[in-house]
Write a protein that binds this ligand. Structure first.
Ligand code: HEC
Length: 204
């Protein structure tokens, strides 16, 4: 087994070789420690390389994602087609609607800085598209009181059921969090406005 026999306790050969040679390096614990240390060092080195690739890949992927950002549109508004100018709510109601609904339900969206960054940009653009599709306060049916009344009733319901404004929105927009009293004020205003519009439909 042992070949040259020149191996000494202080020899610079690695531990496995020393063991194979039948020499017991002194002190033994020192040798084991060195063996483990080298193993650990090479492992850390490998992990570092993997980590570098990982971070590099993630950064490149993130950069590429940014090319997919949807456009942030605010279509030009038509004068007089707005809910507030047509319905003329009291100022405190108008302020609540602006704070809690207009970002998704109008063409006056205040796009936050993070709406430029994928993947948030997709979620936000999707909410704005979905919101405008359902009810667009910038495109209020000013000449159709029956339709306007229906929208107000739906608004009242959504606020009452606490479906609107969505929780994910109020999480990021504390100014849109409605107190119970604010909710009730919005509901009362929407119900009363709907009733008035309906009366207009009945006796023109
Ligand atoms: C974060 C964006 C966002 C905000 C803020 C928001 N909405 Fe919505 N809203 C939506 C989306 C998206 C839809 C369509 C999908 C759905 O019904 O969840 C919608 C749907 C609606 C609907 C139609 C529901 C139906 O099914 O008939 C009404 C009415 C409505 N919202 C009222 C409001 C009112 C009132 C506020 C403010 C108090 C408000 N929304 C705030 C995104 C929003």
């Amino acid at each position: 087994m042992s070949q040259s026999g020149t191996l000494t306790a202080k020899g610079s050969r690695s531990c496995p070789e020393a063991r194979a040679a039948g020499t017991v390096p002194a002190p033994v614990s020192n040798c084991i420690f060195r063996e483990h240390f080298l193993l650990l060092a090479s492992l850390i080195n490998k992990m570092r390389k993997i980590w570098k690739w990982f971070v590099g890949g993630a950064a490149a992927g993130f950069a590429l994602l940014q090319l997919t950002n949807p456009s942030r549109t605010n279509p030009t508004m038509v004068a007089g087609r707005d809910l507030i100018s047509s319905q003329q709510p009291p100022p405190e109601i108008a302020a609540l609607l602006h704070a809690a609904c207009y970002d998704c339900h109008s063409d006056e969206t205040r796009w936050p800085w993070y709406s430029r960054i994928a993947p948030m940009s997709w979620l936000i653009a999707n909410d704005v598209r979905g919101g405008r599709e359902q009810v667009n306060f910038s495109d209020w049916p000013t000449d159709l009181p029956g339709r306007a009344a229906k929208r107000l009733e739906r608004m009242s319901e959504e606020i009452d059921y606490k479906e609107m404004p969505p929780a994910k929105y109020t999480l990021m927009h504390p100014e849109a969090r409605l107190t119970a009293a604010q909710r009730q004020a919005l509901i009362d205003w929407a119900d009363q406005s709907a009733a008035k519009l309906k009366a207009m439909v009945k006796d023109p």
